[in-house]
Design a protein around this ligand. Structure first.
Ligand SMILES: [Ca+2]
Ligand SMILES: [Ca+2]
Length: 85
């Protein structure tokens, strides 16, 4: 039963990611492997590039993993909200 629940939630997560049209990962976008996504690297992901300044919460000009995760959650939430309206 536990295994079935794990598989179901993994499927749900990938369905959500697919619904948002977003399979980009932090490591894919961090082209120079610096451990952060700068504004130029963010251009590879249109929705992220649009939100770059909002996403860069500490204002250091790049997105660390935490900022990236937060930004992607925001993007997916907004994508879901648009579909419902
Ligand atoms: Ca980088
Ligand atoms: Ca930052």
């Amino acid at each position: 039963m536990k295994l079935a629940a794990t598989v179901a939630s993994a499927a749900l997560l990938s369905a959500m990611a697919a619904a948002a049209g977003d399979n980009a990962s932090f490591t894919e976008l961090d082209q120079d492997q610096s451990g952060a996504i700068d504004q130029q690297e963010s251009q590879a992901h249109e929705a992220l590039a649009e939100k770059f300044e909002m996403a860069d919460r500490d204002g250091n000009g790049e997105l660390d993993r935490q900022e990236f995760t937060y930004a992607m959650a925001r993007i997916q939430m907004e994508a879901g909200a648009e579909k419902r309206s």
